[in-house]
Design a protein around this ligand. Structure first.
Ligand SMILES: [Zn+2]
Length: 290
């Protein structure tokens, strides 16, 4: 998910923003002008459109569109953010301490759950069939299983939720985490993922925001189930594997898009790192501009 500042920068061109103050002259890949921040006769203020960055070779002022506006208008960052959000048509999230706190707790819970699932996979007797599925059937190495922190959810209605309670997560927090399913007409819940191989889902910044669980039962109707929408997980905003693939995509200037999470993990095990999965994702230009 793009942050507000990333979204604003994707929508605004620093060249246009600066030209609302004074004209720029194109000079090769750069644009130049006399520097607004120091006195000079020959232009040494350069703007690079590709990098969305300005730099003055005279006074060494430099930065992005936010620092330009702060300096130009003599304002602090929050004010520059408001002005540029308005210009870009980006709606800034209203700060809500209770919501921010819930998000933090739900994120913490995903990380705790991931470690628990991973430990069950490697160290529990029940996890052995899941481990054998990953190693023997899917041919994943121990290193790949480690890198992706794959796990196993026990065949139990409350093993995970009991564990989370023991880690001081409240009933309400657990209810909001996506890790449990609320029971009808009650405030109670049961574990969503049971007897499944667990694939943690990372957001663009590397936070664990949810899971995909693959059943190990042959007769189970739903082969894969996912975390539903929560305060931290929105399926249409997450591209599986993107966080780990970012560097390789930049290096190779190319991205390979596959259907399933397992394809991403198997490719990564085969040292092909610029791979992401987009099953059911509404892929937008903003998401792939990295
Ligand atoms: Zn200057």
């Amino acid at each position: 998910m793009l942050s507000s500042t990333e979204e604003i920068k994707a929508k605004l061109d620093i060249v246009d923003v600066i030209q609302e103050y004074f004209p720029l002259k194109q000079a090769g890949v750069n644009f130049k002008a006399r520097c607004p921040f120091h006195e000079e006769k020959t232009p040494s203020f350069m703007v690079n459109r590709e990098r969305q960055f300005f730099h003055c070779f005279g006074c060494q002022e430099s930065g992005d569109v936010f620092s330009f506006l702060q300096k130009m208008e003599n304002i602090e960052f929050p004010e520059a953010l408001k002005i540029l959000a308005n210009k870009a048509g980006v709606k800034l999230p209203e700060y809500n301490p209770q919501m921010a706190n819930l998000k933090t707790r739900v994120l913490e819970m995903q990380a705790v759950a991931m470690a628990w699932f991973h430990n069950q996979l490697l160290n529990s007797a029940a996890g052995q069939k899941a481990l054998s599925y990953l190693k023997d059937k899917r041919k994943l190495s121990a290193a790949t299983i480690e890198e992706w922190q794959l796990g196993y959810a026990l065949d139990s209605w409350d093993a995970l939720s009991q564990y989370l309670k023991g880690k001081n997560f409240t009933h309400q927090e657990i209810l909001q985490s996506g890790l449990v399913v609320p029971k009808e007409r009650s405030q109670d819940y049961y574990d969503r993922f049971r007897d499944r191989v667990m694939f943690p889902i990372e957001d663009y910044h590397g936070n664990i925001v949810g899971f995909t669980g693959r059943t190990l039962k042959e007769d189970e109707g739903a082969k894969y189930i996912n975390t539903p929408q929560t305060a931290v997980y929105n399926k249409s905003e997450v591209i599986f594997g993107l966080y780990k693939a970012k560097a390789a995509i930049k290096d190779e200037d190319q991205v390979v898009i596959v259907e399933g999470n397992m394809d991403v993990i198997a490719s990564s095990g085969a040292k092909i790192k610029n791979v992401v999965a987009v099953s059911g994702t509404a892929l937008t230009v903003e998401q792939i501009r990295i």
